[in-house]
Design a protein. Structure first.
Length: 298
């Protein structure tokens, strides 16, 4: 099935749960918290649940400057600058866009995990060549899409409720296979179970186009990140580059093309042009990737 047909038949219906907006008790008097709850619920009980960590749905905290999606008070999943909603506010999302150094005009981007939609919005604005399919397993995350000013679904963008691992397999049948598969698939416990196996990474490898790149955000426990790095290295025959961020995230780029060799001088020139076009510090990404030790290209 072609990707355009998948978009037309599988997008989430327009109706969504009600969002309750309350004064936030956690930061300042002007902050608000947004919860997917009915208006007549026991708001004080809900806030106690959030504070204790027992609340089991995503929620949004707005401090007047930024709006952040949380799975818990201590875990920020996504952040949006209210004055510049299409900007990438978090370092890891900026680093994930490093794929443009190696694939400037992808035709298909498959994203596993929506979060607050930062990457989807940025690609929608800056990667005009691409159709973007975002797969999110949690309908409560999708319910916040308007709060994060994600554009409505159209011919270029589709947000689908489903398991990202299943959609990787489905994408093999698309008329144009994904040139980019972006994995940012987390729940409140860490990396989702469906993406935590060597079989998943083999499916990604098979689904990518001939020039395709997987971009993975690995975060959390060091042992878990190392396990995922080892699986990716095995499946992609060590054709990897990575960026280690100060907050502990590893951003990994894995290349399907067997003979892929980065041409760093050309990439350096491209990085300057991309910085001018997007505002992101692509020359820094290029330098860090060139220093990456998880590669055989030297």
């Amino acid at each position: 099935m072609g990707a355009r047909h998948a978009h037309a038949s599988s997008a989430v219906p327009a109706s969504s749960p009600s969002i309750l907006v309350l004064p936030s008790p956690f930061l300042s008097d002007t902050d608000t918290i947004r919860l997917i709850e009915p208006a007549d619920c026991d708001s004080q009980w809900l806030l106690r649940q959030v504070r204790s960590g027992e609340y089991d749905k995503p929620f949004v905290i707005d401090d007047g400057t930024t709006r952040s999606l949380h799975f818990s008070l201590s875990l920020i999943q996504s952040t949006m600058n209210l004055k510049d909603p299409y900007a990438l506010a978090l370092d890891y999302t900026q680093a994930m866009m490093g794929f443009l150094l190696f694939c400037q005009r992808p035709r298909q981007i498959l994203m596993l995990g929506l979060g607050g939609g930062s990457l989807a919005k940025f690609c929608y604005r800056h990667v005009g060549s691409a159709k973007i399919t975002v797969v999110e397993i949690d309908p409560n995350v999708i319910a916040f899409r308007d709060e994060f000013e994600l554009p409505p679904d159209d011919a270029r963008l589709a947000v689908i409720e489903g398991d990202g691992a299943d959609w990787v397999v489905r994408s093999r049948g698309w008329e144009d296979r994904p040139d980019i598969i972006m994995m940012d698939a987390f729940d409140r416990h860490g990396l989702s179970g469906s993406v935590s196996s060597i079989g998943f990474y083999r499916d990604v490898h098979e689904a990518l186009s001939g020039r395709g790149i997987m971009v993975a955000n690995l975060a959390g426990d060091k042992g878990c990140r190392e396990d995922h790095l080892a699986m990716i290295a095995q499946v992609f025959d060590d054709r990897l580059l990575s960026i280690r961020l100060p907050d502990g995230n590893d951003i990994v780029f894995a290349f399907r093309q067997p003979g892929f060799t980065p041409r760093w001088r050309e990439i350096g020139n491209l990085a300057k042009a991309l910085r001018t076009r997007t505002g992101l510090d692509y020359p820094r990404f290029a330098q860090r990737l060139e220093r990456s030790r998880r590669t055989r290209y030297g």
